[in-house]
Structures are given as structure tokens and as C-alpha cells.
Design a protein around this ligand. Sequence first.
Ligand code: M6R
Length: 607
Amino acid sequence: MCGIIGYTGEGEALPVLVEGIRLLSYRGYDSAGVAVERDGALVVEKDKGRIEDLAPSWDRTRLAGRTGIGHTRWATHGRPSRVNAHPQSDAAGDVVVVHNGVLDNDIALREELAAAGVGFVSETDTEVFAHLFARTFRGDPVATARGVLARCHGRFALLFLHRRLPGTLVAVRRGSPLLVGLGRGECLVASDVRALAGRADRVLELEEDEIAVVTPAGATVHAADGRRVTREPKALRYDEASLGRGGFPHWTLKEIHEQPERLADLVAARIDPVHGRVRLDELALSDADLASLDRVDLVGSGTASYAAMFGARAIEALAGLPARMVPGSEYDALPETLGPRRLVVAVSQSGETADTHAAVEAAKAAGARTVGVLNARASRIARSVEGFVDIHAGPEIGVASTKVYTSMLLSLLLLAVRIAEARGRRGALMPLRPGLDALPDAVRRAVAGAPAVKDVAREVHRAQNMLYLGRGPDHATAVEGALKMKEISYIHAEGYAAGEMKHGPIALVSWDVPTVAVMGHGEHRTRMLSNVREVKARDGLVIAVAAEDDADSPKVSDLLVQVPTLHPWIAPIVHVVPLQLLAYEVAKRRGCDIDQPRNLAKSVTVQ
Ligand code: M6R
């Protein structure tokens, strides 16, 4: 949510800032801006809109300078506008700041500053930081930043530039990631390693409440009490391939296509071929710990919560342990005492989602054991939990999650098996082995089924509403499919447990409200066939996602997408693929901005 970039070095700052903003834009993209320092003066350019539209009109001569800061925004305080875009500055224009996160005591500090004669121009909480820094500044950057930290509550990352500190960036981290990249004759500061790739070869990650003073020669890091911290920079490793779209027109499509390979790697990493057991080396819970559990709560948000919904079912079915999904945003409000026999599993791509993090903190405070199923090893949630399951999906740039969802499902399924094994169900993996081996190829074939999905997209792309139905393990597939359609095509779509349809949503059924039915297997499929008939009896248009060996679904549906047949607990990983492709193809036909849908952000770090 929002992106920060800063540069100080021997080269021109502006091109580095613009490229950094471009690389960070997937985190928020409603406005962007830069500030550059030259000869003790600060020049700011910013506006509502995307960097690729804004930057070409920025005057390079006016913005010449070797030190600068930049930002791409996802609005929290104040609508997207020029005045609310970052950088924000104090009234005299002595200091500029860019900010990720939220200042919790914004109102109180604004009132206090206003009473002292400060005039605010924006609606942002960010502007408070600029005024505080300016009023505290006596020449020492660390003392000033400490003074700001002492007054402010919340979670934020800040990057300041003061006109009387030429060539110097002042970075502050409290609860929101911030990295210093060290290059040759230049240093950068960024909220995400992606913006450092290609320029910095070493990186320093700031810890909680640390301050960094960054010049072209390097950085000094200070703790909140001002003490100098010694930290060795780490070599910066970044997969070059993940920086580009590799010939695909959209990140989302590239990431859908990456799924077979990601899943193959995950199966290889997680199954011990010699002993035929699930390997979760960083779980931090022993067999005895797992055997003593009496319940598992899985928490997450959005797509991660739907993966958690699937995970809860898998744990109940395979390990025989009561499990449920609770949205992260609701968890800390539950009036329950937990204790060490409760395991709370936080599911998150970014590891930074504030709602999910709050749920973990609540769980810890109530004495529960905690594990993260995460795609980000160095994230806030990863630091909070005891144990860690890395989903190994690689960086996901498209704002709508695709490859992360399938890697989460597989990781949660394997976690369920691991818990089952620890609880005495030694053979839990055996029936799944053939399906796990076949999974990458099955997903590859599902991706290759895009032409059939394009035919469906042609029929449904003008719809205003859609229904998605699934049962059992595919209830999650239905809600995730509907979320994908909502997010990237802006069609209102609802996902339901198919049996619920007749209790209300059936009132919506008509030819103009297409129903996507994820047919599933066994008893679930038999009941789905009845539900599909109920839709057909009311003149509804049915699109069935059915296994290749399902001879009945083609007979009751209007449009059909076939997918390889797999074990019922593995099949949902394949079933979601045509739904991802359908949302993509429909969004393309409707001319939507697929990688950066309106109003969304990749990582939501506010509650
Ligand atoms: O980073 P997280 O997995 O914790 O993010 C959770 C949700 O914000 C995220 O899944 C969101 O729903 C996506 N836009 C889904 O496509």
C-alpha cells in the first residue's frame, strides 16, 4: 500500500525516482510525486494519476538534482488529488516527506499544530510529519527524527529531505518496511526491494523504530534512543526475470501461466521422496505440539481468507481437528480465550496485511500458538509468528492474486497432512501422492484450455451480475472466482455454497445473470447437478467447470470448460484456473486496467 523511493548519489535523481515509482506502482497508483533537492532548494512535482501519464510532463531542468524522494499513493486520508499527493511539505518548504502507513494520532496532532499557528493545506496525515519535522529540526537529523517518533503513534515508513541537509535522506521505520540499498557512489531508500534491483548490490533492512541517515557514501543506522546500530548489509538478491512481464501483455496473465512451475517447485520442496512425508522445516511446532491441539483458526483477508477457508476444511477432513476460517479483520473482536492448544494460522501473500497481523497479535496475547503461511519471509507477520510455511510463489505484481492463491491452497493442504501425520494418521499423504505428482501438468493443461474460456468470455462479458456456485472444497473456488471477476472486470459477482442458492440468490437467476458452476467430484458433484438443474429450470445461463471424466455436466450446462480429473482435495487447485482466465478475458474485453484495478492496492497495511 503506497510505495517509497529515495535516491542520493552522483547521478540525476529524477530518472531513478520515476523508475522506482513505476516498479512500486502495483502497491498503489492513484497519485504520484517527486521532490528533488539542489543547492539547498527543494522542487516538488506531483499529481493525481499514474506515473506513466505524469512523468512525461515533468520538467527535467527544473527537477535537476542528485538527491530526491518519490512516492506512489493509495489514498487513505483525503481523496486522490494534487494537493493530497506526496511529497508533503511544511509551510516554509524547508522539508518534504513521503509516507506509507497511517498516523493514528493524526487528529490530535493536527489540532495541536493548528493551535500553534500551523496552516494545513492537505487532508493527509502525512502533512503532520512534515510540520513536526520542520518544527523539531535544529540541524541534527537523528535527533529530529527521534523527536518525530516520540510524538507519533501508528504504523508508518517515512522518508524526509530537508533543504539544510543537502545530499541526505532521513528514513524512519515504525511498523512498515523500509530498506536502504547501497550501490556504487549512490544509495537508495525503498519500501520494497523491487525498486532497488539493478542499482544497489547490498541492502540494509531497517528494524522497528530505527532511523537511517543516508548519503551517497553510505548509511548510518540509529535505534530509537539515538544509539548507533552496527549492521552488516546483506547481498541483494533479486530474480531478474521477475522484473519483466516476459512477453505477456499483463502481469496477471504471466502469473496465471507461472502456476505449473511454481506448484512443481513447491511439491518438490515439500515432499520428502525417500520417506514419503511432508517436509515443513520451519513450522516450529513438534509432533507433540501438533498432537496436543484442540482447534485451528485460520485467518486471512480477501483471497488469502478464501485459501484459509479451503485450509480449514482440509484440516478438519484430513487431520480430524476442528478448524474454521475467520477473516483477519474480525478475529481480534472474538470474545474468546485461546490458550496453547489453539493454533492460529495466518495466511497472507505480502505478510504485511494489517488485519491479518492484528489477528496474530490478538492470538498471541490470548496464549495461542501461531504459524504463518506466507509468501514474504522478511515481512511483519513472518516476524510475529512462531512458525513459518513459505508458499514459494515468487513476487506477485498483478494486484489480483492468482499464482499466490494456488500456492496457498497447496501449502495449506500439505499443512493439513502434516498435522494429520503428527496426530497418528501416518498414511495421510499416501492417497494424495499420485494427484500431487500430476498437479503441475494438470494446471498446465488447465492454462492451455484458454480458448474454451475465451468462448465463455465472449458470451458473458456484457453481464452486470454473475453467480458462482461450488460445494465442499470448491466452495472456496466459487468465492475466489467471484472475487477475481469483481476485482478486475468490475462485474458484480457473488460466490456461494451451491446449496445456499435456493435460500435466496435463486431470485436473481435469469439468462442475463450467468451462473458459473464448479461441479466438483463424488457426492458434491451429484448435488451440484441438481443445483444446476434448478438454475436451468429458471432459464439461467450455466457455465460448468467440470472434470474431463464427468459425462453428465455437459448435458445440463450451456457452456463447458473441462479440466483434468484429480483427487477431490487437489482438484480445487486446478478448478480455479479457468475462473482466473475467465476474469482476465472478460476484463480484457471490457477494456479494464487488469493489473491495476481501480481503488485497490496490492498490500493493505491499514485496518
Ligand atoms: O497480502 P495478503 O495476502 O495478506 O492480502 C490479502 C488481500 O488483501 C488480497 O488477497 C486481496 O484480496 C487481493 N486483491 C485478491 O486478489
